[in-house]
Design a protein around this ligand. Structure first.
Ligand SMILES: [Fe+2]
Length: 521
């Protein structure tokens, strides 16, 4: 190893330790001479957190009982390799990683020193075991003229509700990024819609969340999608528990107890995703984890991911018994001006970034739907309190921040509601006197069941801003941005119960640069 190689190795090793700071591992055995009884790379590989010179590559080794007994300690080390070509002939970087049981044998390497806007292929080696090969890609330099940005937008993949045929389709696409906006796992179970079953109970402990992720990550189509493209990740509620808000859960568990559960869920999330930062051990109960981010895509786009769960105020006017989100008719709390979906710090960070943005497209990826889905009734508007409708003043601040900065080409991207939506965002939703400031696209679920047609009809009837809204199909959304326009394609299948279902185009839209709003294409 020459000096440069050593520095590179030391930096990588420091990174992989810095990424998971909670405990020093025990280095009882190096893995170079290990002979595995059971192949350990069963959960595939993944990459993400892309920058112009760096990506995070990830894997988690599953250590069988037999292999565990053969280990003198619980530490493992191995090698990662980065290649410039798919046939793995041109090695551009290699280094060491270490892991152990305190991080569920997960491996995060922040690979640096890469060239901008390039594809790379990577794999992990441990003894006689070699991982599958993944492809990743760096972002362009922040000042580069870039011809395009091609994304897949996805969310909501209840393992029991369907097969991941959408991921298989995604893996075959030519993409720069997969943007996943939440509900990667579901903690809950519903026998009514089951095509396959969760293995364990509803996760509450670190071990249970780890086992849950291991089951989801065992799906070959999900693995293919991760191996084919880098992912940009945001979570929603089901990564912890349905309808949680900041430090409160619907069951109104003592916050100290709930925060311990949240900490376990966040830690397991980090252990299973190619993200740069783990839970912050200095935060109360080590329960905080920063996931929101902004990515420059050359001069073409700024792409924000926004955390709508960790910092929000609790849902307004909750049911005294059930807690969480609900449908309300009258609720004065909804219009309290200080209520926030993103929390004050994230709001200020976002608005300052929007005002300063020099890129053409301003893309805001967040967990749910910003457009109104309130339903008119003789007694007033029926409001579901868990989404942005439940935080109308925060929504108004967001839309005003876009309008007051006179920003063009703002597109919001969402999920959560298990339906495809194309719409516009105005300061006053559905009021044609209120000029629209942004276009919104929401993707349906990968597998989670959608709402009934009767409910969707009522929502559409009350919200003319929703140009397109369909909850009957599963899939994902392809978005292609260039200097002139964005094209958007909803790719879907009526149900995803079969592993061989194929996706078809449900609808196509375009957004022209300088003109707000989706147009049928
Ligand atoms: Fe969902």
């Amino acid at each position: 190893m020459d000096r440069r190689q050593f520095h590179r190795w030391a930096r990588a090793a420091a990174w992989s330790l810095a990424l998971a700071p909670w405990q020093e591992p025990t280095w009882a055995q190096t893995a170079s001479e290990r002979n595995w009884k059971t192949a350990p790379f069963q959960l595939g590989v993944a990459s993400g957190s892309v920058r112009h010179d760096s990506v995070v590559i990830w894997t988690r080794l599953l250590v069988s009982d037999e292999d565990r007994q053969a280990l003198a300690g619980d530490g493992l080390s191995g090698r990662y390799e980065i290649y410039a070509d798919e046939s793995l002939r041109r090695l551009v970087q290699r280094g060491e990683w270490r892991t152990d049981a305190t991080r569920a044998h997960s491996v995060h390497v922040a690979v640096s020193g890469l060239l901008p806007a390039r594809s790379y292929w990577y794999r992990f080696v441990c003894g006689d075991a070699i991982s599958p090969v993944g492809r990743t890609q760096t972002a362009p330099s922040s000042d580069a003229e870039v011809a395009r940005l091609r994304l897949a937008l996805a969310s909501c993949q209840h393992f029991e509700h369907g097969q991941y045929v959408a991921h298989r389709d995604m893996a075959r696409q030519d993409l720069d990024l997969v943007v996943f906006v939440g509900d990667y796992i579901y903690e809950n179970s519903n026998p009514r819609n089951r095509v396959r079953s969760h293995r364990g109970p509803e996760p509450k402990t670190l071990t249970e969340y780890r086992d849950h992720y291991a089951q989801y990550k065992s799906d070959p189509d999900l693995q293919a999608s991760h191996a084919a493209h880098p992912w940009l990740l945001m979570w929603d509620d089901h990564e912890v528990v349905n309808d949680y808000a900041n430090q409160t859960d619907p069951a109104r568990t003592d916050p100290a107890v709930f925060l311990a559960r949240r900490a376990a869920a966040y830690r397991a999330y980090f252990e299973h995703q190619p993200v740069r930062l783990g839970p912050d051990p200095a935060s109360p109960y080590a329960a905080s984890m920063r996931l929101h981010s902004r990515l420059h895509w050359g001069r073409l786009a700024d792409l924000w991911t926004l955390d709508c769960r960790q910092y929000r105020d609790p849902q307004a006017c909750p049911d005294p018994v059930r807690g969480g989100g609900r449908v309300v008719l009258q609720c004065a709390e909804l219009s309290q001006p200080q209520r926030s979906m993103l929390g004050a710090d994230q709001e200020q960070w976002l608005y300052a970034g929007l005002q300063r943005s020099q890129r053409q497209w301003k893309l805001l990826a967040q967990s749910t739907i910003i457009s109104s889905t309130r339903i008119d009734s003789p007694l007033g508007k029926i409001t579901y309190t868990d989404g942005w409708d439940g935080y109308p003043m925060a929504r108004r601040r967001l839309i005003d921040a876009i309008g007051e900065a006179r920003l063009n080409d703002v597109v919001t991207l969402g999920g959560d509601v298990h339906m495809n939506v194309a719409s516009v965002l105005r300061p006053e939703p559905n009021d044609t006197h209120s000029a629209p400031v942004a276009s919104e696209f929401v993707t349906t679920s990968i597998s989670s069941r959608g709402m009934a047609d009767s409910l969707l009809s009522a929502i559409k009837g009350s919200n003319p801003d929703l140009m397109h809204a369909r909850s009957d199909e599963r899939g994902y959304t392809l978005l292609d941005f260039n200097a002139k326009q964005a094209t958007v394609e909803f790719r879907n299948t009526p149900h995803s119960a079969g592993t061989s279902d194929l996706l078809k185009v449900q609808a196509r839209f375009a957004v022209e640069s300088g003109r707000v709003g989706p147009q049928a294409a």
